[in-house]
Design a protein around this ligand. Sequence first.
Ligand code: MTE
Ligand code: MO
Length: 213
Amino acid sequence: MSQQLPPGQIATVKWPILHEGDVYQFDEASWSFKLFGAIEEELSLSFSEVMTLPKLQKTVDMHCVTTWSKFGTTFEGIPFREFIKLIKPHSDAKFIRIYGYLDDDPYGYSANLPLDALLGDDSLFVYRWKDDTHDWANISPKHGYPLRFIPPDTFYLWKGTKWVSGIEFMTEDQAGYWENRGYSMTANPFKEERFSDPDSKPSGFFGADEWKD
Ligand SMILES: Nc1nc2c(c(=O)[nH]1)N[C@H]1C(S)=C(S)[C@@H](COP(=O)(O)O)O[C@H]1N2
Ligand SMILES: [Mo]
């Protein structure tokens, strides 16, 4: 809830919508959440199993690399750390990728993050939200229903995978969808880490100006 505007960002009141591909249509029967990679035993959870995990509410800021920032959105969700309690990561598993749908592929989208940055209350798999002008509601399909990740505000929002399908544990920091297309591995908005090479902005920059209030 820092309400600090990172360099090069513009505050918006609206909650813009940005993603690649189609909006995922939730189907509980085929939905699962998988924990895999550098862990002792892989685990697959149903939607009802995920929803029995401990939850909390937290007000956070969101910073999109296309330059909009939205302050003060309150989310209800399951802390990332609750999933770690269900498995035994290898001792050298220092990074993760959070996967989500891209069109019909449940693992088509992903974003990498360092594990040790995700253990606080500001690292949430969310399903409900509110803000100053909206009462509590489920996350809409376009924003990631039934479940999407919200990263700590020290990461740009592309690290916030929508329509999540699982967490991969990794011993090396491996790129996700946008990181493979020229975006930063570390992605700290307050250091303006937008691109992996600050001198060459990737082509196919997404987002345009549609979000402006
Ligand atoms: N599955 C999936 N998750 C995604 C994306 C995507 O293309 N696919 N786009 C990311 C980007 S670039 C941003 S800025 C946020 C936008 O979330 P919002 O549309 O709810 O504002 O979702 C992120 N999560
Ligand atoms: Mo984004």
